[in-house]
Design a protein around this ligand. Structure first.
Ligand code: AHR
Length: 499
């Protein structure tokens, strides 16, 4: 059996986990909104048409923040179409996804839904076909108390109190040629700066996110970050990253190696952000919002055949398998290891569209990726410890040496809890792990949760929703400050210790 060692020291801190790192995303896309979080004619609908079964699962995930309403959709969106009496709302053509948007669900419904789900709203403004003026109007509608046109319009629509939305995305993926209103880095950097400046004139308590690259693979990557931040460094608070992975050539070790790519992506963007900081001789630090990340490829073929200009089609409905859950776990670990600089992240998306939660007319169920996401969100709050990890490697085509063991340790000092999240990427062998935790000798192992499966391609479906579910591991003990355990081959592990 291969062996690994983890050294945990309570004085070596990476940084506090911002709970918003466990955020998610709802776009007007496919069945995320309609038939996802909202379905008036469903037996599961509450008095507002919100699906109660979905709300229950979202609460299980303890999602702290949800980005809305896009995504590519936002770059052509007129938020005014989605407020006010529903019978007066226009159906519009959505060029991003080539569908019809009924606008029967809009900003106020989303704010209501978020309250019911116990989550905050991260709102995106349209910097594709619109600009600073309309973004400022939207902020006025959402956050201004009263006595102005848009704040009074909100009150007329039944919302006396401001929505008080604190986090705002300055557009979406503006580097992408597929984006409505696609811009050069300079054009976008100026637009982001001016939009953010206007919005902060109105409400200085908000934070804003500028668009970074749509993925590490973009030809403009690097230059884009540099030029955008050169224009808007002083006006914005975060820079975004987006990244999706797929296992198109069915090479699982290579697929699982992608978290190393994510790690390198984060480090590269930080270097560029800090380089701009240095060039500007600025005291301000730009942190990161990894506001779209996931596995996305299973649905590509089916989506290419979809009928256009219909409402809420089955679009981007990836059915996730067990190996996807392992990579999602590794991606969560990767972002946690950068907790000092990654302050916001959104699993894209939340319901039906590349999502941990799926619905049909007869119920809702958890996809495989639901579990690592839930475990990280529920048990990953606290401070990330900078552990020393010695583990064997394998050689990957894209990333060179990749550790079989991905791990991170989160200490919740207030609750006297310590959690180790770990993925063993070895498809053949278990990994014997020894953790040196001398300063936590008075802690006890309370739980070892394991997600594994003999079939890397096993999925959860409506008819068989329990194929890939977590199980309890054997209760290894912490003795004399040393914790010895085994992380089984291809497994996601959550070891919870408590004083
Ligand atoms: O999440 C799906 C799409 O992926 C988003 O609309 C877009 O921002 C990204 O390309």
């Amino acid at each position: 059996m291969k062996k690994a060692e983890i050294i945990v020291d309570k004085y070596f801190l990476t940084g506090a986990v911002d709970k918003r790192i466990f955020g998610s995303f709802i776009e007007h896309l496919g069945r995320a909104v309609y038939e996802g979080i909202y379905q008036e004619d469903s037996p599961f609908a509450d008095e507002q048409g919100m699906r109660k079964d979905v709300l229950e699962l979202v609460k299980e995930l303890q999602v702290p923040i949800v980005r809305y309403p896009g995504g590519n959709f936002v770059s052509g969106y007129h938020w005014e179409d989605g407020v006010g009496p529903k019978e007066q709302r226009p159906a519009k053509v959505d060029l991003a996804w080539q569908v019809i948007e009924s606008n029967q669900f809009g900003l106020n419904e989303f704010v209501d839904w978020a309250k019911k789900a116990g989550t905050e709203v991260m709102m995106a403004v349209n910097l594709g076909t619109r600009g600073p003026e309309e973004a400022k109007d939207l902020l006025e509608y959402c956050n201004f108390k009263k006595g102005s046109y848009y704040s009074d319009l909100r009150r007329k629509h039944g919302y006396e109190e401001p929505h008080d939305i604190k986090l705002w995305c300055m557009g979406n993926e503006m580097d992408g040629p597929w984006q409505m209103g696609h811009k050069t880095a300079k054009e976008y950097g100026r637009a982001a700066a001016e939009t953010s400046r206007l919005m902060k004139f109105m409400d200085p308590s908000i934070e804003t996110v500028a668009c970074g690259s749509s993925s590490l693979g973009m030809d403009t990557f690097g230059h884009w970050e540099d030029e955008v931040l050169s224009e808007c460094y002083d006006q914005v608070d975060y820079l975004s990253l987006h990244q999706y992975y797929g296992n198109r050539d069915n090479n699982t070790p290579e697929f699982l190696a992608n978290s190393k790519g994510m790690d390198e992506f984060i480090s590269s963007v930080l270097s560029i952000a800090d380089c701009v900081k240095a060039k500007k001789r600025s005291k301000k630090q730009i942190n990161l919002s990894f506001d779209e990340w996931n596995v996305w490829y299973h649905s590509n073929e089916a989506d290419a055949k979809l009928e256009k200009w219909v409402q809420a089609p089955h679009q981007l409905e990836d059915v996730y398998n067990f190996e996807d859950a392992l990579l999602v776990g590794s991606m969560l670990i990767t972002m946690l290891r950068h907790a000092d600089r990654v302050k916001v992240a959104c699993l894209a998306q939340l319901v039906n569209v590349i999502a941990p939660i799926m619905t049909s007319d007869t119920g809702a169920w958890r996809q495989t990726i639901f579990y690592p996401y839930m475990h990280a969100s529920v048990y990953g709050r606290g401070t990330v410890l900078n552990t020393l990890v010695k583990a064997p490697f394998y050689e990957s085509r894209n990333y060179g040496e990749v550790s079989f063991l991905d791990s991170v340790c989160v200490w919740n000092e207030a609750d006297e809890e310590l959690t180790i999240f770990a993925v063993n990427k070895d498809l053949e062998e278990d990994l014997e792990v020894s953790c040196d935790m001398r300063q936590f000798a008075d802690y006890k192992v309370v739980e070892h949760i394991i997600l594994t499966n003999d079939d890397m391609k096993a999925v959860n479906t409506e008819d068989a929703p329990q194929c890939v579910v977590p199980v309890a591991g054997n209760a290894s003990r912490l003795e004399d400050g040393r914790f010895n355990t085994v992380f089984g081959k291809h497994s996601w592990n959550v070891v919870r210790l408590k004083k």
